[in-house]
Design a protein around this ligand. Structure first.
Ligand SMILES: Cc1cc2nc3c(=O)[nH]c(=O)nc-3n(C[C@H](O)[C@H](O)[C@H](O)COP(=O)(O)O)c2cc1C
Length: 168
């Protein structure tokens, strides 16, 4: 079994994405990092950020083979928190490039969450393209929807199949 980490990018830790991530974590045995609990600032061309990104990123590239990005749908796209996280990967393409290169050969997957089966077709594109750019294999994605804080049986089955696909 591969070692993986789920990056949770919701603006609330115990919201709908959190429900999906908890279940995926249970089904995969993957670790989880909640970006909402950490300080990650916008990308800075002068690289003057002194926040949690460095420790999170270096931990990921050193220890995990599979990276699952979990985001709610906000305005038809990924959350701002998730976008800032992706932007900051650029830190390691410009400086300390060896860490950026460590992503090569790793795997990326993505799970999105809203309240309905309403994700736009293009939604996965920034993830699949970024994976390609970074030399990572894109394992695919699923969209989940949570209503009244409950994961339906249909969603559980969808997540189970996704978990099987990404962990083996
Ligand atoms: C800022 C914001 C923008 C949203 N935009 C969309 C949207 O474009 N499409 C959609 O289906 N739901 C949208 N939603 C609803 C969320 O996707 C939905 O409630 C989701 O389950 C919230 O997950 P969370 O609890 O992890 O934040 C939006 C919610 C917020 C807070």
């Amino acid at each position: 079994m591969k070692k993986g980490i789920i990056i949770q990018g919701s603006s609330r830790s115990n919201g709908d994405t959190g429900i999906v991530v908890s279940y995926l974590k249970e089904m995969t045995g993957f670790e989880m990092v909640d970006l909402n609990q950490r300080e990650i600032n916008y990308f800075d061309y002068d690289f003057n950020n002194n926040d949690d990104f460095e420790i999170i990123f270096k931990n990921i590239v050193r220890n995990y083979q599979t990276i699952v990005l979990a985001t709610p749908v906000y305005w038809y796209t990924m959350s701002g928190i998730m976008k800032v996280f992706l932007d900051r990967i650029s830190d390691y393409l410009y400086k300390e490039k060896d860490f950026g290169r460590m992503l090569r050969g790793k795997e990326m997957a993505m799970i999105s969450c809203s309240n309905d089966d309403d994700r736009v077709m293009e939604f996965p594109l920034p993830f699949s393209r970024s994976a390609e750019y970074l030399g990572m294999q894109y394992l695919g994605d699923i969209h989940t929807w949570v209503r009244d804080k409950e994961l339906s049986q249909e969603m559980k089955e969808k997540i189970n199949a996704f978990a099987l696909k990404i962990k083996n």
